[in-house]
Design a protein around this ligand. Sequence first.
Ligand code: ADP
Length: 174
Amino acid sequence: MTKPLNHRLAVYTGTFDPIHYGHLDIISRGSRIFDQLIVGVGINPDKQPFFDQDERVELVRAVIRPYANVSVRPFTSLAVTFVREAGARIMLRGLRTTSDMENEFTMSLMNLNLDPEIETVFLMAKEEYSHLSSTLLRQIATFGSGNLEKFLPREVKDALQARVRERQTGKRGV
Ligand code: ADP
């Protein structure tokens, strides 16, 4: 039997490879809108991640501690399937730029098609985080430049720099 749907519960889905302050801002604001927020850490079959799914979940877990109503879970299905299985009917997403807009618009229409009971709710990125992406942060860490503290919580920055060193010294497969 499917669980009853709850409009006070939302699921923020993404890859979070790794989580950064732009994501955390959406989590913080989402936690004020909804009674409960689940961060769903998924798998992107088109991308080879820097951190495996368990590591990404642990990094999210470490930085959501201040938010009593936020939890984290991994998922391997389609995001919309995970949202329903979690008993939610709201998928939370963040929007940075007009290019995000195109992708997110297409994705939300497809999700609505797959499960018309689930709505995607968007929060606009704060100006100071609107340039932040996990891809850029992985590149900055790889080339060893930039002040990563501005963009990432300390434990995430340390993990990212350690992962870059492992990849560069060949201690871990790429
Ligand atoms: P995905 O691979 O699903 O795009 P991400 O982990 O990159 O996952 O992002 C998850 C969600 O967070 C997406 O909705 C994305 O648009 C949003 N997001 C990413 N970076 C930021 C940011 N700097 N500010 C606000 N939202 C963001």
